[in-house]
Design a protein around this ligand. Sequence first.
Ligand SMILES: [Zn+2]
Length: 190
Amino acid sequence: MRIECPHCQGPISVGVRHAGTTYRCGSCGRSFVVPEDVADTGQPHQLSVFSVASLVLMHYLTAGVFSVIYLNLLHDKMPQLRRSDPSATKAIGLCFIPGVNLIWFFFTYHRLCVRVNEQRRFHGLPETAPTSLAFAVALLTLAGSLTYLFPTPGLAVLSVLGLIVLPVFAVMVQHSINELVEQPAVPAVG
Ligand SMILES: [Zn+2]
């Protein structure tokens, strides 16, 4: 990506992996933090349209497993703007590590919404990916994990999560993506 040195205004070409890190300008020798908010500099996303009806069908046919995998796969479809943006392999893998996953769900769904919203913003669209619902999904998953201690409320929470909250979240994310993909591409710079 191409940015401008905030000290000498000289043009600088830095890798996306430098976003959010301190970088030393080769011209003036002074240091600055590379902005994270730079995906509109020619790093196109690879998101694609997926029918929300198919998504809902697959969700119920697989008892929610499809949604968990599908949503986490989306992390590989957008340019990495921060070092903490996970790959799909990492995002999916951590979903299946008991204990760790309960923490991970709070991060991965929220960050997914942030990344989708960034792409939407770069295309001049409102930020509709549901970050609050991402938090609700993670919270209900955490609460549902207590099923073995409190079977009745635990199963009720898991039902609400699996039957309503998670599919609604997946549909809202996919709807945000479908609308984005149907926009004309932003021309690459540099
Ligand atoms: Zn400089």
